[in-house]
Ligand binder design. Structure first.
Ligand SMILES: Cc1ncc(COP(=O)(O)O)c(C=O)c1O
Length: 391
């Protein structure tokens, strides 16, 4: 006999509000993606499912602009892809240079250190980006085997220029790892042309999929470093040797490694198809146009964007400074209560300083920009009137 009774909360229907997710992620699923999630399960080794995995791989190669054969989706969210990059590429004692201008450099440093790497940091405040000269200076000083950069820093809202970074890394014999979780599909990125060795992203941002399957790709040079490892990576689950085999990247018969998140991969297949139908360049342009509309609207309201230089602003996630005397949380709560719109606060260095507005994938539309601007203005006016009436 069971010793505890069924929880009463589970005997009631799930309460489920509909919200427009205009924070830094997740974005809302597109209806086609939601329909894909509801498809019946296939076995994770069935030929029809393997075909879907192959199509996912082709879609990732397209959005990354790469021909790398070691291209697949990690079962897990963006953090799992970060861990996969770290635990496969780094060995104890390897020097890694992390360009840290926000939360993602900080987290990657932490993960690299947990894998025994000798972590060196080049740091700039959130809201600023690195030049190839700054990276080259730090590389010359530290002599790393691996360099890490964040393409779309969702905590500080910066778009890191990457052209030229691969050349610097090649010149000094090191590999370049790039986090594009918040930027892929929302801003130009060319993995092969820019000489990126490891690139990863997430599913729940521009791809408008549920979190849980994270694209990643490794160059031939990254593969050579992994092949020369002295010891296996500490994680079995994220071991790229096993995953390369399960994803059909090594030319060997596929073996069971883990049960893939089947519905997540259906969703990813559909999210990639939607992006392919729109075309990568048109998708970049749509995100740029929506971001510019948003930026102009925020400035018209008298607000200040956190990132000064327009060319360094991430089109997908915009941090905007909270005016003095306004409680950011109260405004966010107002916007949620009256509009069912998510408006997030800052993260790390930007906590309490900014709101972060995400316009990604399915959600990146001029109508959503207008709705957000109206809701935000109303929320700020509401807080200001409360402050005045209490004086
Ligand atoms: C730039 C960046 N990297 C990594 C992550 C981590 O992804 P996840 O939350 O899917 O684990 C995020 C999430 O917002 C991100 O914005």
């Amino acid at each position: 006999m069971a010793t505890s009774t069924a929880p009463k909360s589970l005997l009631r229907p799930m309460t489920f509000p509909r919200k427009l997710l205009l924070g830094p992620g997740p974005s809302n699923m597109s209806p086609r993606v939601a329909a894909a999630c509801a498809l019946p399960l296939l076995g994770h080794m069935h030929p029809e499912f393997v075909q879907i995995m192959d199509e996912v791989k082709e879609g990732i190669q397209y959005i990354f602009q790469t021909n790398n054969s070691l291209t697949l989706a990690i079962s897990g969210t963006g953090h799992a892809a970060m861990e996969a990059a770290c635990c496969n590429l780094l060995e104890p004692g390897d020097v890694i240079l992390v360009a840290w201008n926000g939360t993602w450099g900080e987290r990657f440093s932490d993960m690299a250190a947990r894998n025994g790497a000798d972590v060196r940091i080049v740091k700039k405040p959130a809201g600023s980006v690195f030049s190839p000269q700054e990276i080259e200076k730090a590389v010359t000083e530290h002599g790393p085997r691996v360099v890490y950069l964040t393409h779309g820093e969702s905590s500080g809202g910066t778009l890191q220029p990457l052209d030229g970074m691969g050349v610097v890394c090649r010149r000094h014999g090191c590999l370049l790892v790039v986090d594009a979780v918040a930027s892929i599909g929302g801003a130009p990125l060319y993995m092969d042309k820019w000489g990126i060795d490891v690139l990863y992203t997430g599913a729940q941002k521009v791809l408008s999929c549920p979190p849980g399957a994270s694209p990643i790709s490794f160059s031939a040079a990254a593969e050579s470093k992994m092949a020369a490892r002295r010891k296996k990576p500490v994680s079995f689950y994220l071991d790229m040797g096993w995953l390369a085999n399960y994803w059909g990247c090594d030319g060997q018969p596929r073996r069971y490694h883990h049960t893939a998140p089947i519905s997540n991969l259906y969703a990813l297949r559909e999210g990639l198809a939607i992006l392919a139908e729109e075309g990568l360049e048109d998708c970049w342009r749509r995100h740029r146009r929506c971001a510019e509309l948003l930026h102009a609207g925020l400035e018209d309201m008298g607000l200040t964007l956190f990132v000064d230089r327009p060319e360094h602003r991430l089109p997908t996630v915009t941090p905007v400074r909270v005016p003095t005397g306004i409680d950011w949380k109260e405004v966010s709560q107002y916007v949620m209560k009256h509009y069912k719109v998510e408006l997030s606060g800052g993260l790390g260095e930007t906590a309490n300083e900014v709101w972060r507005i995400g316009l990604m994938g399915h959600n990146a539309t001029p109508d959503n920009v207008r709705l957000l601007l109206r809701a935000l203005k109303e929320g700020i006016d509401h807080c200001r009137s409360k402050v005045h009436s209490s004086l």
